[in-house]
Design a protein. Structure first.
Length: 250
């Protein structure tokens, strides 16, 4: 049972006016959550869309909140608001099929280069294998990072909306493979993943930590994601393939 459902049920506040008052007093909470979430999404996602979805979550929270269940309304509403925003995002078609197709091509190139060389694939090598310029390659991985929330190996997003989507799998063996793949990332990419998913920093903040532009931080994030996809493909292909690649990188 998640935190939202634990505090659901009939509202104990009495009149409908109480719910309206809760909505009025917590409207700013919707905006705060929307702007925080937007900092981790591509520019194509409109703040107004997030706010609209979040207001529906707030209305639902105000109608269902039970004051005697232990959680403050702000805590309970925050879960509902984030959940409503994430649900809305998952329904938006803002990641064209071409983005996923190109990301898969990059992952395949990374997998092949690392299989042949036994080390981390370099930007220039990946771009050359794909037959694109380095600038075009960086654009591809940037797009891959932007669409991670909508579809990343078809993984789901949690109701809180800010966890690594990979971790939603129920397969413990896959989780172990993922943890190993993250540990094996190049240092800067590993740091980006940690700052983004564990520390909750947005790309602009990560860029400041690394002393690079926000665009470069996004590229590093996208490159880490396609490299993980490539190495998890190795794992799916069989333990021998994955172990061969891992030995080569050590």
């Amino acid at each position: 049972m998640n935190a939202a459902s634990a505090y659901g049920g009939p509202r104990q506040l009495g009149a409908a006016g109480d719910a309206a008052d809760l909505v009025t007093r917590h409207a700013e909470l919707v905006k705060r959550i929307a702007y925080h979430l937007a900092g981790r999404l591509p520019p194509s996602v409109e703040i107004d869309d997030l706010v609209q979805a979040g207001m529906l979550g707030l209305l639902e929270a105000a109608s269902n909140y039970a004051a005697n269940r232990g959680a403050s309304f702000e805590t309970y509403a925050g879960i509902r608001i984030r959940g409503a925003m994430i649900d809305a995002l998952r329904k938006l078609d803002w990641a064209p099929r071409s983005v996923h197709r190109k990301a898969r091509a990059v992952a395949a190139a990374v997998q092949e280069i690392e299989r042949l060389t036994g080390r981390d694939a370099r930007d220039t090598e990946i771009a050359e294998r794909l037959g694109v310029t380095l600038e075009e390659y960086h654009s591809i991985v940037q797009d891959a990072a932007s669409c991670r929330l909508a579809a990343l190996d078809d993984a789901a997003v949690t109701v809180e909306g800010e966890a690594d989507p990979f971790l939603e799998t129920a397969d413990d063996e896959f989780r172990g493979a993922l943890a190993g793949a993250i540990d094996g990332l190049p240092e800067r990419e590993r740091l980006v993943m940690s700052l983004y998913y564990s520390e909750g920093l947005n790309l602009k903040e990560i860029g400041a930590v690394l002393r690079v532009t926000e665009s470069r931080a996004c590229q590093l994030h996208g490159q880490a994601l396609v490299r993980l996809k490539a190495r998890l493909n190795e794992w799916r292909d069989g333990p021998q393939a994955g172990e061969t690649a891992r030995r080569g990188r050590q």
